[in-house]
Write a protein that binds this ligand. Structure first.
Ligand SMILES: Cc1cc2nc3c(=O)[nH]c(=O)nc-3n(C[C@H](O)[C@H](O)[C@H](O)COP(=O)(O)O)c2cc1C
Length: 387
């Protein structure tokens, strides 16, 4: 549900006016009445409007899931090809020291583009990491003319959003859904481990909560995460990236009130996050999953994992499911490697999937929504395309 000015006034627009020390201040509009509006949100509605097919394909790519909404991508386009490059400057610091999440996010963009290529009337030839000497060159997509194929997954592209709210505990996810998701795993190097029954969910939940606690206790991880927090409406319209209040899943009453409040400190934000993981995200999930690859450092496999995640989330969107990655346990595994400290989460995550042949890189939760997930900002084509 989007909140209009009238809805908000019904909720108690008196908070528009703050009275302090006898003076009356008009509280600035922090986007309360403009949810999903402004230049930072236009890519969600104008993604099919660009003049050329390669631009429209990239416009689908930038709507993909990506870590901390850092959008670590740059696209080079010609009439018959699109090249995708990683932008290391947009890395999320020690949250992702080995760029695992960056390449998963690039894989998500590749999957959206693959669907758009087909809808635009081309057959794609996709080469992942096409130049072994250039680590930033993530993919090369060449286009050959064909009949257009518009799939349900393509149509779902602008409707897919990460849902961080409570999920409906009265509506179980049935086997048909798990089977449907399993059938989306088409790459031999990507596997999916499920945590469905109470005992499996509880083991996953313990690791997820402990990882969130460990992450905020690591000052550098906490600081690097906070760099992507966007509270100020003008700032987020300008940067068109990062994590906003709208996407916290706080619902249509709390979200506008939170926007009027002064920004929380990093520590307050961290505490709210862990509380949310412990009290909302973990206990209300119908199930958890972990996507795993054969070699966690292999960029081709990470890209394939990202393609798989995007496909799963798009298909889930067509089934009215809610989904959210929960990556803190893998972020701690990477951090332990980086610092050379005891692999507490290395062992815990290994125990969760309990198979030496696979390496966990993308944990997530799913269920049915109680709250509609709102849009996150996006950097438009003018910022990410080079001709
Ligand atoms: C590799 C990867 C890791 C992510 N990890 C998390 C996470 O731990 N928690 C979370 O709430 N969202 C996570 N996300 C979701 C992103 O924050 C989200 O995709 C991004 O903010 C854009 O929002 P959207 O998915 O609604 O378009 C992750 C996404 C990717 C691709």
């Amino acid at each position: 549900m989007k909140l209009s000015r009238r809805d908000f006034l019904k909720l108690g627009g008196a908070t528009l006016i703050a009275v302090a020390g006898g003076s009356v201040f008009r509280v600035v509009d922090q986007g309360v009445f403009s949810v999903g509006q402004g230049v930072a949100y236009e890519p969600w509605t104008n993604w099919r409007d660009a003049a050329t097919a390669p631009e429209r394909i990239v416009a689908a790519g930038i709507l993909a899931s990506n870590p901390h909404n850092s959008q670590p991508w740059l696209f080079r386009i010609t009439d018959s090809a699109i090249d995708l490059f990683a932008v290391p400057e947009r890395q999320i610091g020690v949250i992702d020291p080995f760029r695992r999440e960056m390449y998963i996010g690039l894989g998500c963009a590749i999957e959206n583009m693959r669907l758009a290529v087909e809808a635009e009337g081309f057959i794609p030839t996709i080469r992942l990491m096409p130049d072994p000497t250039t680590e930033s060159h993530a993919a090369s997509i060449s286009l050959a003319s064909a009949l257009p194929v518009t799939s349900d997954l393509y149509t779902a592209i602008p409707n897919r959003h990460t849902n961080r709210a409570a999920y409906d505990m009265n509506r179980a996810v049935v086997e048909y859904i798990f089977d449907g998701i399993n059938s989306l795993l088409t790459e031999s190097n990507v596997s999916l481990f499920w945590f469905k029954d109470e005992s499996a969910r509880s083991k996953f939940g313990e690791a997820a909560i402990a990882a969130a606690e460990a992450l905020i206790a690591d000052e550098q991880q906490s600081m690097d995460s906070h760099l992507w927090w966007r509270h100020d409406w003008d700032e987020l319209q300008e940067s068109a990236d990062g994590i906003t209040l709208d996407v916290q899943g706080l619902g249509s009453v709390i979200t506008p009130l939170a926007k009027f409040m002064p920004d929380l400190s990093r520590q307050q934000n961290d505490e709210a996050f862990v509380k949310n993981v412990r009290e909302v995200m973990v206990p209300t999930a119908s199930a958890f999953g972990i996507l795993a690859v054969r070699d966690g450092m292999n960029n081709v496999q990470r890209l394939q994992c990202g393609q798989t995640w995007q496909r799963i989330h798009l298909w889930g969107t067509t089934q009215d499911l809610a989904m959210q990655p929960l990556n803190q346990m893998c972020e701690r595994v990477d951090r332990e490697h980086q610092l050379g400290i005891e692999p507490v989460f290395g062992k815990a995550v290994g125990a969760l999937i309990n198979d030496d042949g696979w390496y966990a890189i993308m944990p997530f939760r799913l269920g049915y929504p109680t709250v509609e997930a709102l849009l996150s900002p996006r950097r438009g084509l003018d910022k990410v395309v080079r001709h």
